[in-house]
Design a protein. Structure first.
Length: 166
């Protein structure tokens, strides 16, 4: 990576962290501005994105964190008698080094429990990049999703890796 790109990325990460420290809502407004070219209307939200930002900023409920955590949500679903709709769980890990890839089936999914988009799908284990996947998982486990995106429900989650049937 060029030093120029590294500095730009480091600046962006520091900026996001600073905005989050000031106000998670300010961070979400900044992200909206960058992607949409205008500020969201949170006094009278009309678009789906504006309504999501409003909900993330002002609606507080413990179920947001409980059900946002991909592992903890499973216990909630089972408690309510709906465990049969869950994808079968293969394992839960604190870090990527704990995963015994030889014991996983030919096809499986790895997910980090504490964010969005932290998924690795394996459709053929014999062609699966184990080391590359471990690097991704290690990076994801170190990220605080709430600080990156301003979504407070993620701040109370303990990161884990779960493996499920494909």
């Amino acid at each position: 990576m060029e030093i120029k790109n590294f500095k730009r990325i480091a600046f962006q990460v520091n900026l996001l962290g600073a905005l989050y420290t000031i106000s998670p809502t300010l961070l979400m407004k900044y992200r909206y501005l960058i992607h949409k070219g205008s500020l969201p209307n949170l006094k009278n939200p009309k678009t789906f994105d504006e309504k999501l930002i409003w909900l993330n900023s002002y609606w507080r409920h413990p179920l947001k964190t409980l059900c946002g955590d991909k592992y903890m949500m499973r216990a909630y679903v089972e408690k309510h008698g709906l465990g049969h709709i869950l994808t079968p769980l293969l394992g839960v890990y604190q870090n990527a080094e704990e995963i015994n890839f030889e014991n996983l089936p030919q096809r499986f999914v790895l997910k980090c429990s504490h964010g969005c988009g932290y998924n690795i799908i394996c459709t053929d284990r014999k062609n699966f990049d184990i080391e590359g996947s471990k690097r991704k998982l290690k990076k994801w486990l170190s990220e605080d999703f709430s600080r990156l995106y301003g979504e407070m429900r993620y701040s109370g989650m303990k990161p884990k890796i779960i493996s499920e049937v494909f």
